[in-house]
Write a protein that binds this ligand. Sequence first.
Ligand SMILES: Cc1cc2nc3c(=O)[nH]c(=O)nc-3n(C[C@H](O)[C@H](O)[C@H](O)COP(=O)(O)OP(=O)(O)OC[C@H]3O[C@@H](n4cnc5c(N)ncnc54)[C@H](O)[C@@H]3O)c2cc1C
Length: 416
Amino acid sequence: MIKKAPPHILIIGAGFGGLETARRLAKAPLQITLIDKRNYHLFQPLLYQIAIAGLTPSQIAYPVRSIFRNQKNLTFQQGEVEQINFEKRYVKMNGSLIAYDYLVIASGGQTNYFGLDSIQENSHELKNIESAVAARNHLLSMFELASREADPEKRRAMLTFVIVGGGPTGVETAGALAELIRLVLSRDYSQLDLRDVQVLLLEATDHLMGNYPAELSNATFELLRRKNVEILLSTRLAGYDGSRITLGDGTQIPARTLIWTAGVKASELADKLGVDQAGLGRIKVEETLQLPGHPEVYIIGDSAYFEDGHGQPLPMLATVAQQEAATTVKNIQRSIQGLAPISFRYKDPGLLATIGRNAAVARIAGLSFSGFPAWVIWVVLHIYRLIGFRNRLLVLINWAWDYVFYDSQVRLITAE
Ligand SMILES: Cc1cc2nc3c(=O)[nH]c(=O)nc-3n(C[C@H](O)[C@H](O)[C@H](O)COP(=O)(O)OP(=O)(O)OC[C@H]3O[C@@H](n4cnc5c(N)ncnc54)[C@H](O)[C@@H]3O)c2cc1C
């Protein structure tokens, strides 16, 4: 008798959603192929730490092949999926075709500039290692240039750092950058007058931290203000030429640095598939996370459009991607057993964001709090969530060192 081949599960993306899917299928009698254009999993929540010279890239990224070294039912292939044929059930990558029985698309998101070309061309983003390292090189170079600049206006522009977007990433970046300047760079560049340095945080709405409760939004505002971050609410950025920002009301502010954290949309792949997309290019999925008309295809994470019970799309968060992965795994297993799929329900684990040393805001189990206790929870949780014992240990040592000695070890300019 000919033995039937096990079902082939193809997963696109080794980010939070893809990784969780693959891990949860570790013991299943299936054949899994995991594809990613990068050969590592990236812990994006700590990308801003690379930009502010707090951590090295290798401390927040982990090779996919190491993660799955002992998972016998999984093969990894590095490459960028360019096309998917849903009718014939194959994906096209690196010039070859890979067939699947079940497909999980977890290709994540990309920065959204809302069509503002001048900002896309001249700003820095925090989306991958390359962009975070470029931001670090640029920030540190500005201090080098300013230290030898005689013209006070030019010097002030070099030392004006604008961060756009008052969500968690913008807030965390602004707080950490203000602290890097006050505690570390002020000692490296003692000849510079710190009064020339300005960290500006721009937010288009009238409050920080989007969907956080008002008390946490206010606490964030106060904590940032105490760290000398100047916050401009209800302020829209209209353009940036690399030397000055232009606000919606026409005001211009000389600044040589702009970090854009104000928008995300679905990955490029989502645009190439010819399927129904909703807000921010995310692909519409059934309650079961399946692609309409293709029950063998699941879409999860930032690329999926799934509404909560109140008609709002779920946020683009790692926790959403991971919970969607768990339901997807159950549904694939149910499908193999001939059972109907279950619907996905998101369980909100709360919110957490740090605002530099000793300061964070949190909403956990319905309780809002801020300050030192929230910061301790943030540190513990982020170290716990990193992949690999070595990375956890290194990040812990790094942070402990910086905390005790008011230092920041990765102050390296590695490119122009
Ligand atoms: C700076 C920053 C800070 C954040 N902070 C937080 C936070 O504090 N808490 C939180 O919950 N969330 C946070 N997020 C959001 C979180 O990182 C995302 O929601 C999460 O990564 C989404 O998971 P995903 O699996 O959908 O995609 P990702 O984790 O982005 O993974 C997608 C993967 O797909 C790969 N890929 C894309 N296209 C292709 C293709 N065509 N072929 C092959 N591979 C492809 C990519 O290389 C990537 O590895 C943050 C995001 C950023 C950028």
